[in-house]
Design a protein around this ligand. Structure first.
Ligand code: NAD
Ligand code: MLT
Length: 315
């Protein structure tokens, strides 16, 4: 029995291709450019049976309960931490995401942060823009023959690994759901985190933020790492404990951090962002035209498939 979807509200600057696709498949779609307050969103959603968000809008249980016409919530992206899935399930609302649509962009962004850390590119650029020509301050390190530790060997972790292998990096990694044999297919040597910490020159995390991964890198794990280890978080704020990271940067135990994500976004405490050894970005992992277009198209097709009674998978 198809769940007929007639009107979909597209929030958070979802790629316009979503509107084109939905309309071509007989579903009305409205692109809402301005951010709505919670009350305005609830009011607006009375007219819609579907909504698509990226990460800016949080779809809380309160919103779900106050919007009885809502049948489907689409997340044009990977993480569904901004949607109350339990509440959606209890209220019979389908939640869907586009998990692979931004994988390559997030992997490339991870590699960009690794390269920036190895050669001090952002700091050197800022120095030149300040009128200086300071070559001594920015001595870097080659990535060749360095070891990259990858925690989380899913879609993004694997893509980041194969790209950094082209620089000559050795890749080691851990994932409880990936076997040694599976990891070896991507030239990643599987090992427990306790073995990764003392071996890695760079550590990048690519897990969801769940109780098991919150604070995965903490004071204890930093203490087990090589002095000067560089860390990258292009996954979710909090997988690397922010307090522990700051302490490790101050002591020199951590030699640099590439951060795309933060516990609080935007962060109000800027101690990490302003730290000279940190390269920070405002959650740009999926911010490419290609990824946004892919996620927009995929979520629109998935919603139309549901409406046409085709098979689908929810979160
Ligand atoms: P994925 O589901 O393909 O991979 C995640 C992997 O983490 C899985 O293989 C899982 O088994 C593993 N994992 C779970 N618990 C673990 C643990 N305790 N230790 C080690 N590994 C563990 O997800 P993905 O698409 O690769 O995304 C990874 C992360 O990147 C997610 O948090 C996602 O939300 C985030 N992301 C961020 C951006 C961005 O803009 N910065 C873009 C896309 C995705
Ligand atoms: C995701 O989970 O897809 C990323 O964090 C990117 C985004 O939120 O747009």
């Amino acid at each position: 029995m198809p769940i007929q979807i007639k009107n979909v509200l597209l929030l958070d600057n979802v790629d316009p291709s979503a509107k084109t696709i939905l309309e071509s498949r007989g579903i009305n779609a409205t692109l809402q450019k301005e951010k709505l307050t919670k009350d305005n969103l609830v009011q607006e959603l009375q007219k819609y049976d579907g909504v698509v968000v990226r990460s800016a809008t949080t779809v809380t249980s309160e919103i779900i309960q106050q919007c009885p016409n809502l049948k489907i919530i689409g997340r044009a992206g990977t993480g569904v931490d901004n949607v109350d899935i339990d509440s959606a399930t209890k209220n019979g609302v389908i939640v869907m995401n586009t998990p692979g649509g931004n994988t390559l962009s997030a992997a490339e962004h991870t590699c960009t942060l690794i390269a920036c850390l190895s050669r001090n590119v952002p700091a050197a650029d800022a120095s030149m823009k300040a009128g200086k020509w300071d070559r001594k301050a920015f001595m870097g390190n080659e990535l060749y023959e360095k070891t990259l530790g990858i925690v989380g060997l899913g879609r993004i972790g694997r893509e980041a690994a194969t790209r950094m292998q082209s620089f000559g990096m050795k890749t080691i990694g851990f994932d409880p759901l990936v076997s040694k044999e599976e990891a070896a297919k991507f030239d990643i040597e599987w090992m427990e985190c306790s073995e990764i910490w003392p071996r890695a020159d760079y550590i990048t995390v690519h897990t969801p933020l769940i109780p098991q991964t919150k604070g995965l890198l903490n004071d204890d794990s930093f203490a087990k790492c090589k002095k000067g280890v560089k860390v990258i978080n292009c996954a979710r704020g909090g997988i690397i404990d922010e307090g522990a990271l700051l302490r490790a940067l101050e002591s020199g135990q951590c030699g640099g951090a590439g951060l795309d994500v933060f516990v609080e976004e935007p962060p109000t405490n800027l101690s990490l962002v302003k730290h000279p050894k940190v390269v920070a970005c405002p959650h740009l992992g999926a911010s490419t035209k290609e990824a946004q277009s892919r996620c927009g198209r995929e979520i629109a097709d998935q919603i139309a498939d549901v409406s046409e009674g085709k098979s689908f998978f929810g979160v």
